[in-house]
Design a protein. Sequence first.
Length: 304
Amino acid sequence: MYDVAIIGGGVTGLSASIYSARFNLKTIIFDPDFGGLIKTTHLVENYPGFTNVTGMELAKSIEDHARSYKNIEFKKEKVIDIEKNGDCFLIKTEDGEYQAKTIVFSTGAEHRKLNVPGEKEFTNKGVSYCATCDGPLFKDKFVGVVGGSDSAAKEALLLSQYAKKVYIIYRKEKIRAEPINLKRVEENDKIEIINNTNVTEILGRDFVEKVRLDSNLRELKLDGLFIEVGFVVKAELAEKLGVELNEKGEIIINGMSETNVKGIYAAGDCTNFEFKQAITGVAQGVNAVYSIYNYLKDYKIEPC
Ligand SMILES: Cc1cc2nc3c(=O)[nH]c(=O)nc-3n(C[C@H](O)[C@H](O)[C@H](O)COP(=O)(O)OP(=O)(O)OC[C@H]3O[C@@H](n4cnc5c(N)ncnc54)[C@H](O)[C@@H]3O)c2cc1C
């Protein structure tokens, strides 16, 4: 039986595993694709110790750090179910079953869909959720980015390195990028911001050709549309175990990453913490494992 099972190996889960190993806790971490969401950004300038790094490089260095500990077991498997038997957890993947005394949910979130006609039909045919992955396909093309967050601004900046023209299409008055990225967007001749506008339909024959808008512009000819309108938390496994979620479906944790269920902890983008960043997820992951260390110190748990 493992002391700790970490579900999700993004930066949050990987960092939790490092501390878990150092507390000498028998640790297993699951992820079909280690590294998580940060891998999809080309530029991270706010993670201490790295002045300027790609998300892929940052994820890789945290994963390499975790893999340097020999008392962490890495499983490239998706967890499909967890049962609680007494105080013990039975974790099921497509490949096997594992027992653990405690669980850390670090399952992150997935891209929210725009939910307009044409989105599903043109996904991977001009509609994308990742500029780092698909940006190079749009060399000298016209593309749009839907959204007004810092992530949307960064996606637009990256796309401007390839595309002829990038439109940021945002439903409100002013995009909410970090000041440094807002300045970069405003100074970039290739980027134009269209505020107070929603994309209502994506149209084309085999690939995206244009989008329909609900403002005076009505239509915009585009070769690609990048959708960056937030995330939906992955919390079904936690919810099934009786873990309390908030109205947005995020796992509710306290300052020590404890949930309302004994033995279950959560950290990172899947939780109710507002400022979802690599560094905040990492800190919550570390707190979760510190809480587990204290919990297990004087507590005996029988196998399932
Ligand atoms: C475009 C963009 C730019 C960003 N830029 C920055 C930045 O500059 N600086 C910064 O600090 N943050 C940035 N962020 C935010 C940052 O990426 C996230 O806050 C961070 O990656 C969250 O890490 P996490 O480990 O909590 O979740 P995730 O990275 O989402 O990892 C969750 C992992 O859980 C796994 N998983 C889910 N369900 C299961 C299951 N059932 N079984 C097994 N595994 C499972 C997934 O495969 C995934 O790998 C950016 C985000 C985006 C989209």
